[in-house]
Ligand binder design. Structure first.
Ligand SMILES: Cc1cc2nc3c(=O)[nH]c(=O)nc-3n(C[C@H](O)[C@H](O)[C@H](O)COP(=O)(O)O)c2cc1C
Length: 247
């Protein structure tokens, strides 16, 4: 019989104070960010400090937040997209250890995620799949072939709001970054980290008149294939569609 979730929890909890991890064995820390082709042209995003935002209060954003699955046809501006990317995975500093400090918390500051973005409607951008190069606050073009949006939507069990979104965020967990320190327990921490990221997206979106739908109902195999991830060392852990609200 399949192990119950509670039993699994007990197994993992034995690792809470474990001494055996790649870090404790003296293995080097995995890179903080995935590499990209040196000569690739990056789309540089408006700097976080220059982004103009409508006046809003945190209280109102929290109160108004709700899941939105119907979006208007309006495109996002590059500035709005920059705000959303910075709010969810923006880099604030890099220490000498080296460790990144970001706009979201992460267990042990391991920050295991790379952000892939399905762009459907963003001003001045070709639709397609992009990766956020957070240390440069820029976007890397990954795939602008015609069927990429359909493939990603299909991976998300054909949930219609993916194709209707202005953008859909796809958070890729690079397991080694968290496993390096936390071994078995990393699996739990990466999911907790992902929740913080998506909640920031909900609130940041609210502040610019956008709505979000968190997505965890997806087919791992199809979605990982669409983004070209191996599904074990790296896998999509969470996703979210987003678009301008219908007024
Ligand atoms: C972990 C998680 C996974 C979710 N996955 C989906 C999903 O795949 N599709 C969907 O339409 N909504 C999804 N949702 C949105 C929930 O249905 C929604 O948050 C819930 O109904 C509460 O509504 P509210 O967000 O408006 O308060 C998900 C939410 C969470 C937190």
């Amino acid at each position: 019989m399949a192990e119950s979730i509670g039993e699994r929890y007990m197994v993992e909890s034995r690792y809470e104070n474990m001494g055996d991890s790649a870090q404790s064995r003296g293995e080097p820390q995995p890179p903080l960010e995935l590499p990209w082709e040196e000569d690739a042209e990056l789309i540089v995003l408006p700097a976080p400090a220059d982004i103009q935002l409508p006046d809003s209060s945190l209280r109102a954003m929290i109160e108004q937040r709700k899941t939105v699955r119907a979006y208007s046809d309006q495109a996002l501006t590059l500035e709005e997209l920059a705000w959303l990317l910075w709010s969810t995975q923006g880099v604030k500093a890099k220490t000498d250890r080296p460790v990144l400090s970001r706009t979201v918390p992460s267990a042990g500051a391991r920050h295991p995620f790379e952000t892939y973005l399905l762009v459907n409607k963003v001003e001045s951008m070709q639709p397609g799949l992009y990766r956020y190069i957070s240390t440069r606050h820029a976007l890397l073009t990954v795939n602008t072939r015609g069927d990429i949006a359909e493939k990603i939507a299909h991976g998300c069990l054909d949930q219609k709001h993916v194709l209707r979104s202005a953008v859909t965020f796809l958070w890729d967990a690079v397991a080694a970054r968290t496993v390096w320190r936390y071994d078995q327990r990393a699996y739990r921490y990466m999911h907790l980290d992902a929740g913080h990221v998506c909640q920031n997206l909900y609130l940041a979106a609210e502040s610019i008149g956008c709505g979000v739908c968190a997505i965890a109902a997806f087919n791992d195999v199809l979605l990982n294939e669409a983004v070209q991830l191996d599904g074990t060392r790296e896998f999509i852990i969470y996703a979210a569609s987003l678009g301008k609200k219908v007024t």
